[in-house]
Design a protein around this ligand. Sequence first.
Ligand SMILES: Nc1ncnc2c1ncn2[C@@H]1O[C@H](COP(=O)(O)OP(=O)(O)OP(=O)(O)O)[C@@H](O)[C@H]1O
Length: 237
Amino acid sequence: MNKEILLACRDASLGYEGKAIWEHLDFQVCRGDYICIVGENGSGKSTLLKSLLGLLPPLSGRIERGGSLSGGAIGYLPQQTRAQKDFPATVTEVVRSGFLGAGGHRLLYTPEQKARALMNMGKLGILELKDRCYRELSGGQQQRVLLARALCAAGELLILDEPVTGLDPAAAQDLYRTLAYLNKTEGIAIVMVTHDIENALRYADFILHAGQQQHFFGTVEAYLHSSMGRRFGGAGA
Ligand SMILES: Nc1ncnc2c1ncn2[C@@H]1O[C@H](COP(=O)(O)OP(=O)(O)OP(=O)(O)O)[C@@H](O)[C@H]1O
């Protein structure tokens, strides 16, 4: 049975002011996929995320959203800035704010949204933190809160920009295990930009490698047999 396509790039050129960073990009994200986007600094990973999120229109070609994503709902976990780390709100408020893009209004969430926020906090193992102030949490706990928030925004696809940056190795592994649970048990598709090639090869189904001259998209196994994968991923494999 064919898996439902959530997002697809069709012969897309992506970049700024007529200058393409990506050319002829073809790949798709299906329900339940786990895709890691890797590549050197400046190779275009953030440009691709902006394009997938609909913030940067393609220079040519198309980016298509399938089924349930057509309404615009994508859960996004950006790289954390210092200002975000100091956000003066409770965990519950931060998680519920994931609904704001879907027409929610601060303090006026529906009973169903409140219940879903609690459920997502449960999935992320942070229910006991629900009344704590967000800025007093550890980096790993904050990432879980932001993941629960992203799940409120969209339950089918999470787009993550370097989610383990700044976490210690134990907290990073905790986060990877949580993402694997959300992916395998809950069927949530994961698209992650990462410099952690070792864990990308360990957890992902597919690798999208942004190169200066060319790019690669395929299974982890095909990547490890490709020239790009042998050069970039060999050390971590
Ligand atoms: N707003 C912009 N306008 C014009 N060029 C940009 C803009 N943002 C990024 N670029 C250029 O696009 C190229 C790709 O940048 P991008 O940030 O997508 O790379 P990256 O792979 O995410 O890098 P890193 O690993 O360092 O985060 C770079 O040459 C960058 O200078």
